[in-house]
Design a protein around this ligand. Structure first.
Ligand code: MN
Length: 158
């Protein structure tokens, strides 16, 4: 099963990086507010450069340059594409991917939908209406790393 990871990243702004393993790389989006489990909450997701698969487990501090700051693995697991006969890469190229996450925090269906092209294409990350949808706020209620149990504030205090 292909993997996904959501890293919380305290760079020049605090944000989440949502990454899906697709065709040997991590396709990546910066999600300022992080994911929601509420289908009525549409979260902006700005497409950013692909990352190496090596980055899927990265937690720690980026010392200098672009992206400098602390990173925790906020959630991680595997995903599968929803829908018959379409690959994740093809669906993303077409601007619309529905998938099912099996993470430690997040479970269930999500959709990524591209809303604008350009140098930094904008997408919306939206929880699908299924039995896993709820009005909880996992970003606020479960801030800790699924790898170390530490919050990004604890990492920044070191
Ligand atoms: Mn980032």
């Amino acid at each position: 099963m292909p993997r996904f990871v959501i890293q919380q990243h305290a760079a020049s702004t605090l944000h989440f990086d949502f990454r899906l393993e697709v065709d040997g790389v991590l396709r990546s989006w910066a999600v300022p507010r992080g994911p929601s489990t509420d289908p009525s909450e549409k979260r902006l997701a700005v497409e950013v450069e692909d990352h190496s698969l090596d980055y899927v487990d990265f937690e720690g501090t980026i010392g200098s340059g672009y992206g400098a700051g602390a990173v925790i693995v906020w959630d991680a697991g595997t995903y599968r594409v929803l829908g018959e006969g379409v690959s994740a890469g093809e669906a993303l190229d077409a601007g619309h991917l529905s998938f099912w996450l099996d993470g430690e925090k997040l479970h269930g269906g999500y959709t990524l939908h591209r809303t604008s092209d350009g140098a930094k294409p904008q997408w919306l990350l939206i929880k699908r209406r299924d039995e896993t949808a709820d009005s909880a706020d996992p970003v606020a209620e479960r801030p800790e790393s699924v790898r170390s149990g530490r919050t990004i504030e604890q990492l920044l205090d070191d």
